[in-house]
Write a protein that binds this ligand. Structure first.
Ligand SMILES: Cc1ncc(COP(=O)(O)O)c(C=O)c1O
Length: 395
């Protein structure tokens, strides 16, 4: 069996071990320490925000953001339906209800027109959401000017989920810009990884300091352990921060490589009938975290699942586009209380067909930055074989 080709495995740059050794030598092994401070500082500069808080996951960063905004039971939070669960589970942690907004076909991100309609309707019913959480999908920024303008009109803060988009730009500003706060992830499959971790950034110092306090068990500033509220153990360790700091130095080259990978696939597969590629919005530059294709079965002759299985049989990992949140069994539309036959958390949806089609047709191809040309050619040959197989069957 050939060696497994993964979707987006970690890619160390070379200086990680030296910084980890430095952290060992200083004996700052436990949470916090100089590497965490340095990582927060370097990260804040990278995304052009004054304040940053390093935590142990992107999900934790989103949870702290929502809690610090005061999201609580009975509140609603509007979020992208086409996203990963880590973007929306913190809404549920807070006892609030998500409202899932569909994607725009041009960008695959939260549709600003649908959002506007949903906010107008919520305003009329006197139930404005506590926050709006648009995801920057697969490394492409949501249309933040439009989303921000609509949200400002109604006084609702935006928390950008830029977990997948570090290194991308929106109108020459870093991913997450224009939001009240933004969240990033350093999970193992992300464009850079710390082996696991996340970052919360904002221009609001009090907000970040409150989140910082909550991330360390909400300890009051007295010599003994005293707590006036309940917090979490979400801080990043000094060792993990050393890896993250070293990886941050590779970010530019990783974005360039991800974009080359996308361009290579596009050149090699773009002529196949029924194959499309995730579009790039004219307002920015995607980091092309994953190269995503769409497969129109009636034209290509096979579906995205046929391609996925063909790749899998050759030990190559690929993955369907995120299953929209409004289709997840954990969420239900009914306002009736959960029962054994109808479990789940109540969640409204606004639109949905765009993300449903993208889920049905979309496939993420292996996009690791350490991937060789030969490995990409393996993927390409299999996709072409699936198409040829269909032509033969028809003949
Ligand atoms: C869009 C999105 N949001 C949130 C997360 C959660 O990040 P983490 O895995 O670091 O908790 C991820 C990825 O993992 C993600 O892709």
């Amino acid at each position: 069996m050939k060696e497994r080709l993964y979707l987006s495995p970690p890619h160390m740059g070379g200086s990680e071990l030296a910084l980890v050794s430095q952290a060992f030598a200083s004996n700052y092994i436990a949470p916090l320490g100089p590497m965490v401070d340095a990582f927060e500082k370097a990260f804040a500069e990278t995304v052009d925000r004054p304040y940053a808080l390093a935590v142990n996951s992107g999900t934790a960063a989103m949870h702290l953001a929502l809690r610090s905004l005061g999201v609580g039971p009975g509140d609603e939070v509007f979020a992208s339906t086409l996203t990963f669960i880590g973007s929306v589970s913190p809404i549920v942690f807070q006892g609030a209800r998500p409202v899932f907004i569909d994607a725009d076909i041009e960008t695959w991100n939260m549709d600003p027109d649908l959002l506007e309609k949903a906010l107008e309707s919520a305003y009329r019913q006197d139930r404005l959401p506590k926050a709006v959480v648009p995801t920057d999908l697969y490394g492409q920024c949501a249309d933040m000017d439009r989303i921000g303008a609509v949200c400002r009109r109604f006084g609702v803060p935006v928390i950008a989920d830029s977990a997948e988009a570090l290194g991308a730009t929106y109108k020459n500003s870093p991913a997450g810009a224009g939001s009240f706060a933004a969240v990033y992830s350093f999970n193992g499959n992300k464009i850079i990884t710390s082996s696991g971790g996340g970052m919360l950034v904002s221009a609001n110092r009090d907000f970040i300091e409150q989140a910082r306090c909550l991330s360390q068990q909400a300890r009051d500033p007295v010599p003994h352990y005293e707590h006036s509220k309940i917090g979490y153990n979400y801080r990043m360790s000094n060792i993990v921060a050393a890896i993250g700091l070293a990886q941050l130095g590779c970010l530019k080259s990783r974005v360039a490589r991800k974009r080359e990978i996308y361009a290579y696939y596009q050149r090699a597969l773009g002529d196949l009938p029924g194959i499309g590629f995730m579009p790039e919005a004219p307002y920015g530059q995607s980091n092309r975290w994953l190269t995503v294709i769409t497969v129109e079965p009636g034209v290509f002759g096979a579906g995205r699942e046929d391609i996925r299985l063909a790749l899998e049989s050759e030990n190559i990992e690929s993955r369907p586009v995120w299953k929209p949140m409004h289709m997840q069994p954990v969420f239900r539309k009914s306002a009736a209380p959960a029962t054994v036959g109808s479990p789940g958390i109540q969640a409204r949806q606004v639109g949905g067909w765009v993300s449903e089609i993208l889920f049905e047709r979309g496939l993420c191809l292996p996009s690791g930055t350490a991937m060789t040309l030969r490995e990409m050619d393996r993927v390409i040959a299999i996709v072409r074989d699936v198409h040829r197989g269909h032509i033969k069957k028809e003949a």
